[in-house]
Ligand binder design. Structure first.
Ligand SMILES: [Zn+2]
Ligand SMILES: [Zn+2]
Length: 146
């Protein structure tokens, strides 16, 4: 493995969030200044083939961008907030059971399973409630001052 490739793998492994190719390039360059875009894409393709990395589109919150993460032993779901763009991860034994059931009933050899949930996250939902509350108070105040 070349130093460039190693830098890219390290960046993906150490990432605290889901990185797209652009973010990956920026971080990899901090370790290995001569990493270029072509190397990023080639390395991603290779890692995908080796099934070391998963490619995600995360509900296309930001257009056609793709994100990359290291494949973990247990698959997780991604919850994407349409409002703030936050991505939460969720794992469940039920998800594992579902995969087992699919394999059993269809004899399909699963290589990738991806489940994405889009909606409004807890923080944004709380903001909504607060805004509604505020709105009621304003209306109530307007009504009593009439
Ligand atoms: Zn949110
Ligand atoms: Zn993830």
């Amino acid at each position: 493995m070349t130093a460039q490739r190693r830098a890219i793998v390290e960046v993906i492994q150490e990432a605290k969030r889901h990185l797209d190719a652009e973010a990956l390039l920026k971080l990899a360059r901090q370790r290995e200044p001569n990493v270029d875009r072509a190397t990023i894409y080639r390395t991603i393709e290779l890692l995908k083939e080796l099934r070391l990395v998963d490619e995600l589109d995360l509900m296309h919150l930001e257009g056609e961008k793709h994100y990359y993460e290291v494949k973990t032993m247990q698959d997780h779901l991604h919850l994407a907030c349409f409002r703030c763009g936050r991505i939460e991860e969720f794992s469940s034994a039920l998800f594992e059971q579902l995969k087992a059931e699919i394999s059993k009933e269809t004899a399909f050899r699963i290589r990738v399973t991806r489940l994405e949930v889009g909606g409004i996250c807890r923080a944004c939902a709380a903001d909504d409630v607060a805004a509604e509350h505020e709105d009621k108070h304003v209306k109530a105040a307007a009504a009593t001052s009439r």
